[in-house]
Design a protein around this ligand. Structure first.
Ligand code: TYD
Length: 240
């Protein structure tokens, strides 16, 4: 039986606890919502549980499709056991459609479909405001050990995108973009970590382009929880 021990780290959306197994941590999903590098703060009761369930389902889907992840198992409505790994300090962003900061930075029209899945990197550093970085910055800052690791991260990110695009298309959701994080497990293998949820993805309804993700919070559109519930409902459509 795994026991929850000391708090190791508290992030914006999750708390990470030690357990009695040194190779396993406990990730607790919080109800807090933040945007614009935590300049905008809020909370939505039940959001943590929704993200925990959504992220668990998506990590299980990815595992089934050959992507190794840190997930061990979901143990309560808002808690997961995860393999301990060393987080690579790169936020990996994959985009299928231009919106958000991409449209702002490069002037690509909001909603324009990109000719290929664009992979971008940000430095995971709140104090610096998570700046965009390129492959050479990753090496310069020793975020990875070598160029091959960068290529592996890009390959994995593209494969994850392909799996998720098909899964969500079957559920009438457009996967616009998302952010993922990787870690190195105790054998040095690069595995998917953190979460995949409406906090870290953009989903638009296939028919109406209604936003069903954290943009509802970012842009004060209301019904944040209703939107996250709808994403979960569609993920579960084939179950039961
Ligand atoms: P992006 O358009 O760069 O950011 P912004 O939220 O400033 O418009 O975000 C692209 C995708 O990555 C989007 O689905 C949100 C997600 N993301 C995060 O979850 N966390 C982050 O720190 C960043 C930069 C992006």
């Amino acid at each position: 039986m795994i026991e929850k021990k000391d708090l190791l780290y508290e992030g914006k959306a999750k708390k990470l606890f030690k357990t009695n197994d040194e190779n396993v941590l406990l990730s607790e999903f919080k109800d807090d919502l933040t945007a614009f590098n935590a300049e905008k703060k809020g909370s939505e009761s039940g959001k943590g549980a929704l993200n925990c369930e959504i992220s668990t389902k998506l990590f299980e889907l990815l595992e089934k499709n050959g992507i190794k992840t840190h997930l061990v198992e979901k143990i309560s409505k808002n808690e997961q056991l995860v393999k301990k790994c060393e987080i690579i300090k790169i936020e990996v962003i994959v985009r299928n459609v231009a919106t958000g900061s991409l449209s702002k930075r490069l002037g690509i029209k909001d909603g324009e479909i990109l000719p290929f899945a664009l992979v971008e990197f940000c430095l995971k550093d709140d104090a610096l405001g998570d700046p965009f970085i390129n492959d050479e910055h990753c090496l310069l800052l020793n975020l990875v050990s070598n160029k091959d690791e960068i290529e592996l991260i890009k390959q994995k990110a593209r494969k994850i995108n392909e799996i998720l695009l098909i899964f969500f298309a079957e559920r009438k959701l457009r996967l616009i973009d998302f952010k993922i994080e990787f870690g190195k497990d105790k054998n040095g293998e690069i595995i998917l970590a953190d979460e995949i949820s409406p906090d870290s993805c953009r989903f638009w309804d296939k028919d109406t382009n209604e936003k069903l993700d954290k943009d509802r919070f970012r842009q004060n559109l209301g019904s944040v929880k209703v939107a996250y519930e709808e994403v979960l409902r569609r993920i579960l459509k084939d179950e039961k």
